[in-house]
Design a protein around this ligand. Structure first.
Ligand code: C2O
Length: 344
């Protein structure tokens, strides 16, 4: 069996995308904490509906804003602290943990089939933490709906209060239309042409270029010294990576914050960006029909990771635990899929 899992006693210095050493391990070794196994939330709790960030109302924004500022002010020892949350991403993206039962082989959650489920887990715990901080079980993260024209810019809510981040490319702030396949070079397109190009690109990434499960989900990364594969799925490469880069500051060496994985989740827009990624995973699965897009490999299903929940408990969670979002208690508001019929 070759499922992946971290060896919690190994958290160590790791490397940024540009191979600069960094340290983002928790202050106390997680191997010294007891852990519990994940349990699905009580099905009688209200369904949490994630909505497009450009459509949420002022009351919602005010509540969420307050939660983030509370999280930013919590002590770093508290896993709900905003920077600690960002560093969960850093730890798993930069190879700070070695794999369980393997020889100094690091664990990474990008560029393979771990991408979608791992980020779903991270958002799940983060969302529950925000909900508990504001005492509202209906709280759901917003999603940055960059696949519809009205959503193809940084949602205005992310410009203010605790959602703001000064480390963004200032030429990409709203109303600039996002280039969802940005590759470090400005497209120079008019807003209309950029939108048309984005819609056509979505069709490629979701439909024509993603006809096989592995093309969309990424390659099968297995445990062990030879197990890594480097094959990101269509959406992971772009718009996912592309928008990280597009938002991050061109004045910083690795386009921090959003532009570098170690710092990405310091920008609150990270959670809205990933909420859309998570939504598109659901959309893609729906498009395959008859469960054709599912992965049945037990090595994937049994891979597990650790997160702190809103009660500060360390939780072990497996990929098989997160494949049904209804059971996780959330849903996505339905939005038009304009790109679906945008065959070039
Ligand atoms: Cu783990 Cu958007 O990156």
């Amino acid at each position: 069996r070759a499922f992946l899992s971290p060896n919690l006693s190994t958290c160590h210095q790791s490397l940024t995308d540009a191979d600069v050493p960094i340290y983002c391990c928790p202050p106390k070794r997680e191997s010294e904490e007891p852990f519990i196994d994940f349990q699905l939330p009580d099905p009688s709790l209200p369904l949490r509906v994630r909505r497009p960030a450009h459509l949420v109302d002022e009351e919602y924004i005010a509540k969420y804003n307050k939660a983030i500022s509370i999280m930013k002010s919590l002590p770093y020892d508290d896993p709900r602290n905003f920077m600690r949350q960002a560093n969960v991403h850093c730890v798993y993206c930069s190879g700070a943990y070695d794999q369980q039962n393997s020889n100094n082989t690091i664990l990474k959650i990008h560029r393979s089939w771990l991408f979608f489920p791992w980020h779903r887990m991270m958002l799940y715990f983060h969302e529950r933490i925000v909900a508990s901080i504001i005492g509202d079980d209906t709280f759901a993260l917003p999603f940055w709906n960059w696949d519809v024209p009205d959503g193809m810019r940084i949602p205005v809510m992310y410009m203010n209060g605790s959602f703001a981040d000064k480390d963004r490319d200032t030429s990409h702030l709203p109303p600039q239309v996002a280039d969802i396949h940005f590759d470090y070079v400005e497209s120079g397109f008019s807003p209309q042409d950029q939108i048309a190009s984005n819609v056509a690109f979505m069709y490629t990434q979701m439909v024509s270029g993603a006809k096989k499960t592995e093309l969309f989900m990424g390659c099968p990364y297995k445990a062990g010294d030879e197990g890594f594969c480097d094959g990101p799925g269509t959406i992971e490469l772009a718009p996912h990576n592309a928008l990280h880069t597009w938002v991050g500051s061109n004045l910083n060496p690795e386009r921090e914050n959003l532009g570098a994985f170690y710092s990405a989740a310091r920008d609150p827009i990270f959670y809205a960006h990933h909420s859309n990624i998570d939504r598109l995973w659901e959309v893609w699965r729906g498009l395959q029909g008859n469960n054709k897009g599912e992965i049945h490999d037990p090595d994937w299903l049994d891979s597990y990771f650790f997160f702190h929940n809103e009660k500060l408990q360390l939780v072990r969670i497996k990929i098989r635990d997160v494949l049904d979002i209804t059971k996780l208690g959330y849903a996505y508001e339905r939005v038009p899929l304009l790109w679906l019929n945008a065959r070039p």
